[in-house]
Design a protein around this ligand. Structure first.
Ligand code: CNA
Length: 343
């Protein structure tokens, strides 16, 4: 792996380097969020309690229409605010700080790229996120405050037509967000210095084909516990495949780049912010209102404070349907007193 990391480091250090990421659940397993398919620890092998006919049913729109309880149970586990970003997430942020990040296509719905401070212009959440909630029938939007209130009483329903509502997470059987197609149309024609594919089994389409469509002038890198998809079926001579833990690889990579201190500062800044009490609403980390001009540090502070709220006030094993709401109540009680931004 070392010689491949050296090659990757030299590409990243090259003049006008442009880096694009394609990531999945494996970059968040070190944060404590299980992936889907890892044996024993993956969500699919731990879904017995939900009594599903097949594991993917939890994200299947037709199953949801009949039985939304399974998804809402899982949503409690994965709701943004419960977890801190990994080193790998902060490495993506560091690429942004170094002005070499061009895009990050993520399959994850945990929003940890945003929590780590990656700007939304760079992020394509291919499978959506918890940011907005809509009725599955009449598509009326529900604001998240109402959604959270309704969740206290059970499975939330549309106030207009009484059908179920769900966050805009892309389920099997639903289309991907327009942003995914619009930006891929552009990015697929571009040449990047490196395309880093990490923490994904590349089994979900159409995301799975992106690395195969990347320009042949781009060096493809796979950092994953297993080889997968195009890296196995149609390898390119220039591919750099590293079967490794994402954070372990990032540790070694930043050493080679001489960026260890920069990465540590980002992470340490986050830890210090955790110690500062904070006030925010959950929507803040998703805001698109440019007028708000929320600094990256504030965004990170808010996200980290969510974790504090969860750890200190609301995280209890065996939660019922109201726990998401309790989480948010806990979060809203906290005040940000100081935010130290690194410029
Ligand atoms: P997956 O199919 O579960 O694959 C994960 C891959 O990551 C596997 O190949 C693992 O071997 C590998 N892996 C796990 N941990 C590490 C690690 N620490 N270092 C390196 N490799 C690791 O998940 P995909 O993302 O490929 O599948 C796409 C699904 C998963 C999307 O629809 C997501 O919404 C969904 N998902 C998201 C999350 C999340 O948001 N964190 C969690 C679980 C599932």
């Amino acid at each position: 792996m070392d010689s491949k990391l050296k090659k990757l480091a030299s590409l990243i250090k090259s003049k006008d380097a442009k880096v694009i990421f394609f990531v999945g659940a494996g970059i968040s397993t070190n944060c404590g969020i299980p992936d889907f398919r890892s044996p024993k620890t993956g969500l699919y092998s731990n879904l017995q309690k939900l009594n599903l006919p097949f594991p993917e049913a939890v994200f299947d729109i037709n199953y949801f229409k009949r039985n939304p309880k399974a998804f809402y149970t899982l949503a409690e586990e994965m709701y943004p605010g419960k977890y801190l970003p990994s080193k790998f997430h902060y490495f993506i942020r560091l690429c942004q700080e170094k002005k070499i990040l061009k895009r990050c296509y993520t399959q994850n719905i945990d929003a940890l790229e945003r929590v780590a401070g990656v700007h939304e212009d760079y992020i394509v959440e291919a499978h959506g996120s918890f940011a907005k909630i809509h009725c599955i029938k009449c598509h009326t939007e529900m604001d998240s405050v109402t959604w959270k209130k309704l969740m206290k009483k059970g499975i939330p329903r549309c106030q207009k037509c009484k059908s179920y509502v769900k966050p805009d997470i892309v389920f099997f059987g639903e289309s991907l967000p327009a942003k995914f197609f619009d930006l891929w149309e552009k990015d697929s024609k571009d040449d990047f210095t490196v395309a880093i594919v990490a923490g994904t089994s590349l089994e979900v389409y159409p995301f799975a084909v992106l690395p195969s469509e990347i320009s042949s002038k781009t060096t493809r890198v796979l950092i994953n516990r297993e080889i997968c998809a195009d890296f196995e079926d149609c390898p390119r001579k220039s591919d750099l495949v590293m079967l490794a833990d994402c954070d372990h690889a990032v540790n070694k990579l930043v050493d080679l780049l001489g960026w260890q201190d920069d990465l540590e500062i980002l992470i340490e800044e986050g830890k210090k912010l955790i110690e500062s009490p904070a006030t925010f609403t959950l929507e803040d980390s998703y805001t698109t209102d440019k007028k708000k001009k929320t600094s990256e540090a504030e965004k990170t502070a808010r996200a980290l404070a969510k974790k504090v709220a969860e750890v200190e006030k609301v995280a209890t094993p065996g939660k019922d349907d109201t726990s998401v709401d309790e989480l948010i109540k806990g979060i809203e009680k906290i005040d940000i007193k100081s935010v130290r931004a690194k410029k």
